[in-house]
Design a protein around this ligand. Structure first.
Ligand code: BDR
Ligand code: CA
Length: 314
C-alpha cells in the first residue's frame, strides 16, 4: 500500500523537486501540500507550489497556504539562493502559472483535520521548509502527535557548519522556536541535515542527466536547477548545489540509499551566535532518550539515478 503523505514546503528549487518526486513515486500517495513562508514570502511559495503541480499535470492535489512568518522572530527569506520568484530559472522563463488557486482552509487546520480523520499511524508528514506550520498544528492539537506515523524533516546541521549563520541551517534558523517545539513533541522523526544533503551535489553530469533523460519535466527541472546551482558554485566553489529537500522523499521511496542513527537532538533558541543550532548527542554522552534518526550518509549516485528515473516517469 502506498505511503500517505502531506508535504509541508516552501518552494524553493529543491522543494519543487521534492514535490515532483512525490508525485512520480507509485509508493507515495500525496494527499495535500501545505505551504509556509520561507525561501520567499508565503504568496510566492504558494504560487510556486501551484506552478509545480501544473508542470506535473497534477492540479488535482490540493494546496493550503499556512503561516506567513515565524513564531517569534522576524521573517527572513533566501532570494540570494532561489531568486526573486523563489523558483527562478537559468533561461529566465518562469514556470507557467495555472488557473487553480489554493484552498480556503488554512494549512494548519488542514493538517489537524486530516490527521484526526485518518486512522492512527497512517499519515507521514514531510517538512522541507521552516517548521512553523507543523509546530502550530502540534500546539493547537497535541492529539495529532501520536496519530502521526512519522515526521521526515529537511533541516539542521549536526557536524556540518551552517548555511545561513555559522551555526545554523536555513529552515531551523528561520523559525528555531517552531523547530524546538517539533523536536520536543515526541513524534518519531527522521532528519536530513546539511551533513547528508551536502553529499548530494547537482554536478554538471547530473544536471545533464536530468535535462536529457528526465523527460518533459526533467528539461524544466534542469532549467531551474541550473539557476539554483549558481549560488553554491560561486559562493563555495562546489561542483553544484546540494539537492536538500528531495532526500526526504527519496528516503520514503528507497531508504536503503541512506544510513543514519537514532540520537537525542536539541535546538538552540537562545539569542547569539548559536541561535538555530541543532545539537545531536552523537556519542551518547547523556541519558537523553533519542528523539530523531539523524541521517549521516547516503549514496549520491543512487539518489540522482532515482531522481532522473522518477522525473522521466511523470
Ligand atoms: C533548506 O533551505 C532552503 O533554502 C532549501 O529549500 C532547503 O529546504 C536548506 O538549508
Ligand atoms: Ca525548502
Amino acid at each position: 500500500m502506498a505511503t500517505k503523505i502531506i508535504l509541508d514546503c516552501d518552494p524553493g528549487h529543491d522543494d519543487a523537486v521534492a514535490i515532483l518526486l512525490a508525485l512520480a513515486a507509485p509508493q507515495i500517495e500525496l494527499l495535500g501540500l501545505t505551504v509556509v513562508g520561507g525561501n520567499v514570502p508565503l504568496q510566492l511559495t504558494v504560487d510556486n507550489t501551484l506552478r509545480v503541480l501544473l508542470l506535473a499535470g497534477r492540479e488535482d492535489v490540493p494546496v493550503f497556504a499556512g503561516c506567513p512568518r515565524p513564531m517569534v522572530r522576524e521573517m527572513i527569506t533566501a532570494e540570494h539562493v532561489h531568486g526573486e520568484s523563489g523558483l527562478d530559472t537559468a533561461s529566465g522563463e518562469l514556470l507557467a502559472m495555472p488557473q487553480s488557486v489554493a484552498q480556503q482552509t488554512h494549512a494548519v487546520n488542514y493538517l489537524i483535520d486530516t490527521i484526526r480523520e485518518s486512522d492512527p499511524n497512517t499519515i507521514t508528514l514531510v517538512a522541507t521548509g521552516p517548521l512553523t506550520n507543523v509546530a502550530a498544528a502540534f500546539v493547537m492539537a497535541p492529539d495529532i502527535i501520536e496519530r502521526l506515523q512519522q515526521l521526515i524533516i529537511m533541516g539542521g546541521a549536526f557536524h556540518e557548519p551552517g548555511n545561513i549563520s555559522p551555526a545554523a541551517e536555513f529552515n531551523v534558523y528561520v523559525d528555531p522556536h517552531a523547530a524546538r517545539a517539533v523536536f520536543e513533541a515526541g513524534v518519531p522523526i527522521v532528519v536530513f541535515g546539511l551533513d547528508i544533503t551536502h553529499q548530494m551535489l547537482i554536478t554538471p553530469a547530473r544536471l545533464s542527466a536530468i535535462r536529457h533523460h528526465g523527460g518533459r519535466c526533467g528539461k524544466v527541472t534542469a532549467d531551474f536547477l541550473d539557476f539554483f546551482n549558481q549560488y553554491d558554485t560561486s559562493k563555495y566553489g562546489w561542483d553544484g548545489a546540494p539537492l536538500h529537500d528531495p532526500c526526504t522523499i527519496a528516503w520514503l521511496i528507497d531508504p536503503d540509499i541512506f544510513q543514519g542513527r537514532d540520537m537525542a537532538v536539541n535546538v538552540d533558541t537562545a539569542d547569539g551566535p548559536n541561535l538555530g543550532r541543532t545539537v545531536a548527542d552523537w556519542y551518547v554522552v547523556t541519558d537523553e532518550k533519542p528523539n530523531a534518526k539523524v541521517i549521516t550518509n547516503g549514496d549520491s549516485d543512487k539518489f540522482f539515478d532515482l531522481i532522473v528515473d522518477h522525473l522521466a516517469a511523470l
